[in-house]
Design a binder for this molecule. Sequence first.
Ligand code: UFG
Length: 333
Amino acid sequence: MSILVLGGAGYIGSHAVYQLIDRGEHVIVIDNLETGHQKAVHPEAIFYQGDIRDKTFLYSVFEKESIEAVFHFAANSLVGESMEKPLKYFHNNVYGMQVLLEAMVEADVKRIIFSSTAALYGEPAVVPISEDTITNPTNPYGESKLMMEKIIKWAEKSYGIHYVSLRYFNVAGARGTAEIGEDHRPETHLIPIILQTALGKRSHIVVFGDDYDTPDGTCIRDYVHVEDLIDAHLLALDYLEKGGTNTVYNLGSNEGFSVNEMIETARKVTGKDIPTQKGERRQGDPSTLIASSEKARKELGWNPTRSTVQQIIQDAWNWHSSKPNGYEKGELG
Ligand code: UFG
């Protein structure tokens, strides 16, 4: 099959491209390289540098390539930044989705796998979170993804575009071969920051808040291995291919770990001292997010095999320690 991967130079998108090519698919990547890295693009993928909000550019790619399905990873995704720059999130994410769907309608492409997020649940009243939990985002990032889901739903009704929306919990880890991994600039994610501290690239990690209503006072998250996460995308594609109807799945490990527990596990995996400092709560952070992924397991046959926190941190460590400067030369963000 011929698959268009938007954001295929980014962390999660690049892992999808590698797995699609492993499976023998023909892959076309679009990325504006604003946060992605050229070196993360698989050498066998056809690569177009450009922005999906640029209609002329996007339409020209749909015209040149014969595309059967779209994987949409191209979005801004930082909770903290979205609190400071909400309009950036609505423009890049929501408007980007609108232009993409217009191009899909024009080119008669009917299938999309969409990267959604646990951030659209907000501070849930009940954990684990199932797909029918009320959506109530506590930050503009989550709100933008919820709006994107709603736009696809309406596009389905009018234009027959079939979708699977995958609501990610905390994605982490790296490809087992360590060829590709996580490299955000600036880096804001917990596991890379912990491991950069283990490498001595940072003097310490600041723990954002220790007064949450959790057993050790730090936030609890559900970590899912990026390779397991991409397995679910391939299953979702097969599901649509077989005529599956539009649906939404949570992707997580069904288990939560606190920030302190993650740091402690990383100390064990790396054998390094990882100094910490207490900090204020980060605005927009919910205290606990744990998925119920039963629906994806039952309906898609998803069977995550690498999503223990030890394995996630080990694979991330293999990447960070073999590429201490990530994809680029120079200082990390
Ligand atoms: N944290 C720290 N110190 C740091 C960085 C993070 O204490 O230096 C804490 C955060 O406060 C949070 C936890 O570690 O409690 C995880 O933070 P991340 O920034 O790694 O991840 P988030 O939970 O904020 O967000 C991630 C993705 C979002 C996605 C969300 C869904 O970045 O895109 O998971 O759960 F929506």
